[in-house]
Design a protein around this ligand. Structure first.
Ligand code: URA
Ligand code: CA
Length: 434
């Protein structure tokens, strides 16, 4: 086989065999196929696309390019949740203990965040003592005993995707549905998921800004998952404004605690129950979504979900008393209220820009190695569709710097208030099941 012929075949719109795709992934991962041929190939894929079989083949070839995590020692169906990324998205912190509290095993491998705000691990590390450096044996034992554990990414997972994603990033070939879908799914499969629930965001703070693109991406991922034997469902959810009220690491932990107590923001609660119900059904712990939803609601009401969160934190060295005493979480030195300049209805709270404002305070990483400040961030007091009076607080900034003028300006520029009433955008846009 020659890479030249494979590039030419795809350039001319041909369909590649599983062997040809495997040849590319193996050769590119090992360094035998050079970047210039991989670049030409990525561009050919970008323009010609891939059919269902090709998408499944590249996903599995990338998944198998490095370590494949074996979770077979954990009893039950391991359902993973993946979000395409948003601002203030605290759902993993809520879902892990919530679905575990009704018996669904959660064996989560998570990453640190780059960009807007921290990732799940950064957020969890704002609980004093909490750590994710577990051996594989401890991880598996935790899940078998308590149904929930979160471990940091280690080992050599999907090296083919790492290399190809970096190449796509500099050759204008990121934005291709088959390439994005296979990239995300290869990582979930290598991490050992039996079934996958995807939260595909749409709107200003999302990777895909247009709803039609988000739907196409979700369909592509669901099709890949189901064709390689991993039951996969996707929820398309709104990310035009931040999710919940808190944006920032420790602030989001506090928000997760409130949500597990049943007093969290309405949108975050609803999305958590929507995703959680899908997970519970895929794991076979409820017959249908309605039953799953009531199971989860009951677990919040009777305190099981919160108890599970404490147990989970303590099992990984965390100080579980933060749950009853959230002031034990890192606290910023200053709190400033940002007030509305006019009265009216909130029309827009531009998610990605508000995320950037939180980053400017130190809540997000600007580069891979930068330190983040776990205590800082933004807490919204209003959401899109709400009314506000001039002089009423829009939000609170938690900061360790006294001068927040620049951040305040950025926030105000990205919150639009207008005299006309507005119906807020639907949170759950669509559920894709096949
Ligand atoms: N996220 C990924 O993991 N891969 C892509 O290709 C795009 C977004
Ligand atoms: Ca939030």
């Amino acid at each position: 086989m020659r890479m030249y012929d494979i590039i030419a075949k795809k350039r001319d719109g041909g369909e590649l065999s599983q062997e040809e795709i495997q040849f590319f992934i193996d050769g590119y991962t090992s360094g035998e196929i050079p970047d210039y041929q991989a670049s030409a190939f990525a561009m050919a894929l970008y323009f010609q696309g891939m059919n269902k079989e090709e998408r499944a083949a590249i996903t599995m070839a990338m998944a198998q390019s490095g370590d494949m995590i074996d979770l077979s020692e954990i009893e039950g169906t391991k359902v993973d949740k993946h979000s395409t990324g948003g601002v203030g998205d605290t759902t993993t912190l809520i879902l892990a203990p919530l679905v575990a509290s009704v018996g669904v095993p959660v064996a989560k491998m998570s990453g640190r965040g780059l960009g807007h705000t921290g990732g799940t691990i950064d957020k969890l590390e704002s609980v004093p003592g909490f750590h994710v450096e577990l051996t594989k044996e401890e991880f598996i034992q935790n899940v078998n005993e308590r149904k929930v554990s979160v471990i940091g990414q280690s080992g050599n997972l999907t090296p083919a995707d790492k290399k190809l994603y970096a190449l796509r990033d500099v050759t204008a070939t990121v934005n291709s549905i088959p390439l994005i879908a296979s990239s995300i799914m290869s990582k979930k499969i290598a991490a050992g998921a039996d079934a996958i629930v995807l939260d595909v965001k749409t709107g200003a703070g999302a990777f895909m800004k247009e709803e039609s693109e988000s739907i196409d991406l979700a369909k592509a991922m669901v099709e890949i998952g189901n064709s390689v034997g991993r039951k996969t469902k996707a929820v398309i959810s709104d990310m035009s404004q931040p999710l919940g009220n808190a944006i920032g690491n420790a602030l989001e932990v506090k928000e997760a605690i409130e949500t597990l107590k049943g007093t969290g923001p309405e949108d975050l609660t609803k999305l958590s129950l929507t995703l959680g119900s899908q997970m519970v059904v895929l794991a076979g712990h409820a017959e249908n979504l309605t039953d799953a939803w009531s199971l989860l609601e009951k677990s919040i009401e009777n305190g099981d979900a919160l108890k599970k969160f404490k147990e989970f934190l303590a099992s990984q060295g965390g100080d579980a008393s933060v749950v009853d005493e959230p002031t034990l979480l890192p606290q910023a030195k200053y709190q400033f209220e940002v007030l509305a300049d006019t009265s009216g209805y909130i029309h827009e709270m531009v998610a990605d820009e508000i995320g950037h404002a939180a980053s400017m305070l130190g809540a997000g990483r600007l580069t891979k190695d930068s330190e983040i400040d776990l205590s800082v961030g933004v807490v919204l007091q209003k959401k899109v569709g709400d009314t506000i009076e001039k002089g009423e607080p829009l939000l609170t900034v938690h900061s360790n710097q006294e001068d927040i003028k620049e951040v305040e300006n950025k926030l105000k520029e990205n919150i639009k208030i207008s005299p006309d009433p507005l119906i807020p955008p639907d949170l759950i846009r669509q559920i894709i099941t096949e």
